[in-house]
Design a protein around this ligand. Sequence first.
Ligand SMILES: Cc1ncc(COP(=O)(O)O)c(C=O)c1O
Length: 385
Amino acid sequence: MKPDTRVVHTPAPVPTSTPLSVPLYQTSGFAFDDPDAFADGMTRPDGAFVYTRFGNPTVRALEDAVAALEGGTAALATSSGMGAINAVLLAALGAGDHVIAQRALYGGTLALLRDLAQRWGVEVTYVGGHDPEEVRAALRPRTRVLYLETIANPTGHVSDLPAVSAAAGDDVLVVVDNTFASPLLCRPVEHGADVVVHSTTKYLGGHSDVTGGVAVFADDARYRETWRHSVELGVTPDPFAAWLTVRGLRTLALRVRRHEENAAVLARRLADHPAVRVVHWPGLDTHPSHAVAARLLGGFGSTFSFDLADAEAGRAFVTGLDLVRLAPSLGGTETLVLHPAATSHRQLDDAQLAAAGITGGTIRLSVGIEDADDLWEDIAGALAR
Ligand SMILES: Cc1ncc(COP(=O)(O)O)c(C=O)c1O
């Protein structure tokens, strides 16, 4: 071969020993000797790897790891948490179908449900998430999905997953966003969920350096159907994003424990502070979901909210911080704060904000893994100001 050809065709070695860490297969496609294997790989998720939008070994490593952690049969990684939620809902719903959804949800999910209602006539009934009777009363012949969050963003409301998923019955797909809990605190499939979604941007990735999502399926047929839709939607993650997430997973257990120790310290100190009206951390026995959380979860999570007097006090607080940064997202190693009414839940009108338990003075804190006393010094200073 001439040099011009040789530079184009560096062979990819196939290792004969097992690498210690998951390799990054940063390739958009794979070459074949057998045209039938090529064609077959485009029709199912467990055929040969063909094209990275359909599947990729690095992405598969992430999918298999999260499926095993959640106790599901298979998982589908996506380019964002919203990508996973869209793939699951678009695969499950048709025009005129009915969804029962928890009132307190991430703002992006509530906005998606509103768009589905406006554009496709998908009807949505909102429920509290702890009362099986309320879910049973909301059921209709065309109810296809019950949508819940394990620990709701940002109020820390914990759904009674076994009770409400049993009330939905076998024909309704129970979808649970487990982002705030992580599979270390809760495995919703064990409590009746059919699909578990995550924003892996948060605790699973854990370092605020990657955007991603994943959907885990209890049932193989649902997985295959959703895979087909995700291929059409094009929500596949880039292999590098999947690789970063797999690397983040290695320290998930250490991080989750430390996040929560810090959250417990801050939640208790905030609850004792005169400027704070109420702290919405389910680890406090004053929280309405405390008993359910203690029964279902292996911990109480580390992203929670608390209420100051009003929007003005909230604004003064977030601008008075120094170490704690005002930024979107959660679940990274550093502590972050935001004002939900103005940011993560901005799509909600006043009635929806009230239904989701958010006031103008609500502040959300994603507690990191720093020293708790350093964090408290910063927070106490901002509260004093
Ligand atoms: C609970 C929850 N689910 C889903 C999402 C969406 O995830 P992503 O931003 O990765 O699309 C978020 C984002 O904040 C979230 O908090």
